[in-house]
Design a protein around this ligand. Structure first.
Ligand code: XUL
Length: 524
């Protein structure tokens, strides 16, 4: 019989499922449900509930539960062999939090298959909505917690990151300050990942070291709740948090609800979930220290694996636990594809081929021209007010501006990832813009590293399925080494192996100093 594992990923806009056949090293099923389209009655827009304050971004935990029901029903209809699934794991958008009353534990333990999950869960929430990672309404709380923990460097050393508006600790503090009665009625605070894991397991699930690190509440080295961080956040918080555990660790058998209703194997194991970024690290096959990837999407992210915990003293980057043990690092640039597109449109270039032709009329280093493309407030470096800055760059020079945007993004990645001390031999590139060879060549030249494109759809759900397999094999006494487990699931796109051009590398080794000086000047 095939050894099948199910991975789920509850992201900002959709819930996805991936089923893997471990022996064939194959994804045998994948599906995504878009929240706005599949469950329009919640009124979300791109997975977010409308709110008059643009800084406030919440979603609905009932929407996520409803989507879980719907996705299982879809899998049943699609003929997925749910009765043969050996274990389930998952991942969730990071940082978002769900607030439950004391009655939740009992409710989870006796989910009635004759009712929907949404009907079962009525009345268990002490806060009807869940703040998510896009929320940036907690600047004051961030400042207060950071100050109590001794500043940026100490906060990052303690919890893996400086305080960030979207991180769960500052969000909890805001809830406590603005609605103390509801905070005190809260018996359990979950992350998106641990909330959905709790539904699958039919009991309150632990939070894993990957997603736990996105809260400003976990001691990043000891992988335990950090008492001073808890105290700095809200009173009585320790009693409202579940235990921490490794991702993929077996919680127990899946809730009978899913077996009775959808024919899920009643013996299947429910495991601890993680965040979408830690799961993607596994899904992309990044296991060995020094392995790194760049995801080029709406925002660009640079992330990699590191064995020893090293935090960013400047407070720009994050360290999370990796589901494969050790740590992962992540830096997130808000001005990714959006900024590239802004430049393309600004110069009336109809498509990326036209953009590429302009770029071809320039040479690496752009004769010293520098652009800082902060069309939106930036996360890395922290730029609070949007603004596009040009140094030795004529705004009317189309080819130079095209080159400048690619070079700026690559140099920013090089500059702001230095704290990771990773020196990767090869970087994988994914995401829509990874199809652009000239962008990958620029990254390769600036970072002085081989860059190879890999195409995986649903890397987080795939990582979650592998996490389920790992948990199952460990529990059944046949633990699998991670490198072996992930092998064969992700493959580079043929012909996409890009090597640095040595002459260009030398140019960027010099130009990076000027770029850094320009950033400093603009930030001052
Ligand atoms: C990471 C972050 C986002 C969310 C998206 O820190 O905020 O990548 O995890 O789902």
């Amino acid at each position: 019989m095939a050894r099948l594992f199910l991975g789920l990923d509850s992201s900002t806009q959709s819930l996805s499922a991936v089923v893997i056949d471990l022996d064939r090293r194959a994804v045998v099923y994948e599906k995504s449900l878009n929240f706005d389209r599949a469950l329009p009655h919640y009124g979300t827009e791109n997975g977010v509930l409308p709110h008059r304050d643009p800084l406030v971004k919440h979603s609905s935990p009932l929407l996520w539960a409803g989507a879980l029901d719907l996705l299982f029903a879809t899998m049943l209809k699609d003929g997925v062999a749910l009765g043969e699934i050996l274990a389930v794991s998952g991942s969730g958008q990071q940082h978002g939090s769900v607030y439950l009353k004391a009655s939740a534990a009992k409710t989870l333990g006796r989910l009635d298959p004759k009712k929907s999950l949404v009907q079962n869960l009525r009345g268990v929430f002490s806060r009807p909505t869940a703040p998510i990672w896009m929320d940036s309404s907690t600047a004051r709380e961030c400042a207060a917690i950071r100050q109590k923990l001794g500043g940026i460097k100490k906060t990052a050393e303690a919890t893996g990151s400086d305080t960030f508006e979207r991180f769960t600790g500052p969000q909890i503090r805001k809830f406590y300050l603005t609605n103390p009665a509801a905070y005190h009625r809260t018996s359990q605070i979950c992350l998106v990942s641990s909330f959905l894991a709790s539904l699958l397991a039919g009991k309150l699930a632990p939070i894993d070291f990957g997603d736990g690190a996105g809260m400003n509440l976990m001691d990043i080295r000891k992988k335990q709740w950090h008492p001073a961080a808890l105290r700095a956040t809200a009173p009585g918080l320790a009693g409202k948090l579940p235990p921490l555990a490794a991702a993929g660790q077996v919680i127990g058998r899946v809730s009978p609800y899913f077996a009775a209703k959808f024919g899920l194997n009643p013996e299947a194991l429910a495991t601890v979930w993680t965040g979408d970024n830690p799961a993607s690290v596994i899904g992309l096959g990044l296991i060995q220290p020094g392995q790194a990837a760049i995801s080029l999407g709406t925002s660009d992210t640079f992330f990699g694996v590191m064995q020893q915990c090293r935090t960013d003293g400047h407070g720009e980057g994050h360290v999370f636990g990796s589901p494969a043990g050790g740590y992962m690092t992540l830096i997130c640039f808000k001005n990714g594809s959006l900024a590239r597109e802004n430049i393309r449109k600004l110069y009336h270039l109809t498509d990326w081929a036209a953009f590429g032709r302009q770029l071809g009329r320039t040479r690496p280093g752009n004769d010293g021209a520098i652009l800082l493309p902060w069309f939106e407030p930036e996360i890395v470096p922290r730029v609070h007010r949007a603004g596009v800055h040009r140094f030795d760059l004529d705004e009317k020079n189309v080819p130079a501006n095209c080159r400048a945007i690619f070079e700026a993004q690559a140099m920013s990645m090089r500059l702001h990832s230095q704290w990771m001390k990773m020196a990767p031999k090869q970087i994988f590139a994914t995401g829509g813009a990874a199809k652009d060879r000239s962008l990958l060549q620029t990254l390769s030249n600036v970072l002085n590293c081989r860059v190879q494109r890999i195409e995986v759809s649903k890397s987080a759900a795939l990582g979650a399925a592998l996490q389920a397999a790992h948990g199952y094999l460990s529990k059944t006494g046949k633990p699998a080494a991670w490198p072996k487990l992930v092998a064969g699931f992700t493959n580079p796109v043929p012909g996409s192996d890009i090597r640095p051009d040595k002459k260009a590398v030398k140019i960027y080794d010099q130009l990076i100093h000027k770029y850094a000086a320009c950033e400093r000047a603009a930030l001052a």
